[in-house]
Design a protein around this ligand. Structure first.
Ligand SMILES: Nc1nc2c(ncn2[C@@H]2O[C@H](COP(=O)(O)OP(=O)(O)OP(=O)(O)O)[C@@H](O)[C@H]2O)c(=O)[nH]1
Ligand SMILES: [Mg+2]
Length: 373
């Protein structure tokens, strides 16, 4: 039965024509427009929420002398994904005892149904089969170590992990569709950089709505970093231009630029990001550059689809995967890492200032399986 579903999946994947893909992409971006109308709140509402969040964050950090370590925070964040992948794998390994073909199929099913994606799941199982043969693994329980190794291998992009902004000046362009956590992530990155002694400046490149500018300013105040802004509706490239001049004049180490996710279609997105990139090339070519794509883990395979679109329109250097806490869809990180070959650089495991971590493949897989570091 499962084989049938799988072959249908594969067939569907193969049959997907370029045009259908384009429709899907345009649809995805059109949905943004509709969502924009639905999500558009008054400035006051957003400001109020931000201020309340701020207060509760401060309270919790005041109570939080027993600061949870980064790893346990990651483990806690991944608990639902663990239930969907690692716990189920553990169960089948226990029930099978010996390695056989059915066991591989069961693991494959677990992966596919956990947002790891068909393509990546099949690759993982192929490597698992081959590895088990090579290492003459016959006990089902012994497959777990091999599986973990394979997952680490897929996720580990070597030196590319973490933002590459050690040389000064540096610029980080933050892109992604609306609501994925761009502005929040900018706040968290700015906070971490400031703690590391860097001089940081923010640019309000999302000029699509006034609230976006206000929200970035709130984050700026919260972490003690200035924000360069224009009016709502201004040209984002002009904002980035001003921010770059200001960064140079003030000898800023890292300039972080917010951008709008609410663009009607792929062409608009390409035009807007293209204009911004031109300004960066011309005015700030000497700066180390990161173009990070923010993806919301709770959207599962949709996040993969978004990453494909953005990869086509700009040279993404890394992914920030937010909202891993509380979602069962964290398996999508394997698909992103494997299928797009873009390193996941940071992961968000909560709404607090300290809830954005540098991604580490080994820690991630250990946390996913509920093991220690
Ligand atoms: N639980 C959780 N929530 C997060 C995380 N990152 C962001 N959020 C929440 O996601 C919501 C949207 O975040 P924003 O930073 O406003 O997203 P955005 O991409 O800037 O959105 P637009 O400006 O509307 O395009 C906020 O309520 C954040 O608190 C995370 O890692 N975990
Ligand atoms: Mg925003």
């Amino acid at each position: 039965m499962f084989k049938k579903i799988l072959s249908r999946f594969k067939q569907e994947e193969n049959n997907e024509s370029e045009n259908e893909m384009q429709d899907e992409i345009d649809h995805e971006l059109n949905v943004n427009e509709i969502e924009e109308m639905e999500l558009e709140k008054s400035n006051e509402e957003i400001l109020e929420k931000e201020i309340m969040d701020n207060a509760s964050m401060e309270n919790s950090s005041r109570n939080g002398n027993e600061k949870i370590s980064l790893f346990s925070k990651l483990k806690q964040g991944l608990s639902k994904t663990k239930q969907g992948i690692a716990d189920k794998v553990d169960q089948v390994l226990k029930s099978y005892k010996k390695v056989d073909e059915d066991l591989f199929e069961e693991i494959e099913e677990i992966l596919i149904t956990s947002d790891v994606g068909v393509k990546t799941s099949l690759e993982i199982i192929e490597r698992l089969r081959k590895g088990a043969l090579e290492r003459k693994i016959t006990e089902a329980e012994d497959l777990k170590g091999l599986l973990k190794e394979i997952l680490v291998n897929i996720l580990d992009k070597g030196e590319n992990q973490g933002l590459d902004i050690n040389s000064s000046p540096a610029i980080i362009l933050v892109v992604g569709v609306n609501g994925v956590g761009k502005t929040t992530s900018i706040g968290k990155i700015a906070h971490n950089l400031k703690l590391g002694g860097k001089k940081v400046l923010l640019a309000a490149g999302d000029t699509f709505r006034a609230a976006a500018i206000d929200q970035l300013e709130i984050w700026g105040k919260r972490v003690g970093v200035d924000v360069i802004k224009h009016q709502e509706g201004a040209d984002p490239a002009a904002v980035i231009f001003d921010a770059i001049q200001s960064a140079k004049a003030r000898k800023i180490d890292v300039l972080i630029c917010d951008t709008a996710g609410r663009l009607h279609n792929k062409k608009n997105l390409m035009n807007e990001l293209g204009k911004v990139m031109k300004v960066v090339d011309r005015e700030f070519n000497e700066a180390a550059r990161e173009i990070v794509l923010v993806l919301d883990a709770t959207t599962g395979q949709n996040a993969l689809q978004q990453a494909k679109i953005f990869k086509e329109v700009t040279d993404i250097t890394g992914i920030v995967l937010t909202k891993l806490d509380g979602t069962a869809k964290g398996g999508v990180v394997m698909a992103i890492s494997n299928e797009l070959n873009i390193p996941v650089k940071l992961v968000g495991v909560g709404e607090g200032l300290n809830d954005l971590q540098t991604f580490n493949a080994e820690d991630f897989v250990n946390a996913l399986f509920g093991d220690d570091k």
